[in-house]
Write a protein that binds this ligand. Structure first.
Ligand code: CO
Length: 148
C-alpha cells in the first residue's frame, strides 16, 4: 500500500510540472501471441539515458516464445534481425555489431528485463525501429522509436 502511494505521488508530480519532468523510462510488454503492447515508443531528446523495461506477460518459455527488445536505425532493422538469427541462441543478437544501439537478453513468460542506453548519440527525429530478434518475430514484433 505504501508503494502504491509513492507511485501515485510521482504521477502527480509529473502532471504538475509539464515540460520539466521527462519520461526517460519506458515499459513495453510482449505476449504469447508474438505481439508487443505498442507499435510506437516516444522519448524526449532531453533524456540523457533511456531505460526500457520489457515484460513478458505470457507463459511460454524463452526457447519457445522468447522476446527481447533490440533498437537499430530503421534501415538496419531487417539486416540486423537476419544477423541475429544467424547469431543464434540464447539472445539472437550479433556480437559487437555497431548497428545494434541497444538490446536486452531474451526472456520467457513471466520474466522481465531492462536495458539502459545513452541517447546523446542518437538524432532527434531520426528513423529508429525496435524489434524482437527471436527467429521470425521481427516481422510481427516491431515498432517505431521516436526521439522528440
Ligand atoms: Co519475440
Amino acid at each position: 500500500m505504501k508503494r502504491l502511494t509513492v507511485v501515485v505521488g510521482l504521477i502527480g508530480l509529473v502532471a504538475a510540472a509539464p515540460g520539466f519532468a521527462q519520461e526517460c523510462s519506458l515499459t513495453i510488454e510482449g505476449n504469447d501471441q508474438i505481439q508487443f503492447s505498442t507499435k510506437e515508443m516516444r522519448v524526449s531528446s532531453s533524456c540523457e539515458e533511456v531505460t526500457i523495461t520489457l515484460v513478458h506477460t505470457g507463459q511460454l518459455a524463452a526457447n519457445v516464445m522468447g522476446h527481447n527488445w533490440v533498437l537499430t536505425k530503421t534501415e538496419d532493422y531487417m539486416p540486423v534481425a537476419q544477423a541475429g538469427q544467424a547469431a543464434g541462441p540464447p539472445n539472437y543478437v550479433p556480437a559487437n555489431d555497431e548497428r545494434v544501439i541497444a538490446a536486452t537478453e531474451v526472456i520467457g513468460g513471466g520474466e522481465e528485463v531492462s536495458v539502459t542506453f545513452d541517447l546523446s548519440g542518437l538524432e532527434p527525429g531520426g528513423d529508429y525501429t525496435y524489434f524482437c530478434s527471436f527467429p521470425g518475430h521481427f516481422v510481427l514484433m516491431n515498432g517505431k522509436f521516436i526521439i522528440e
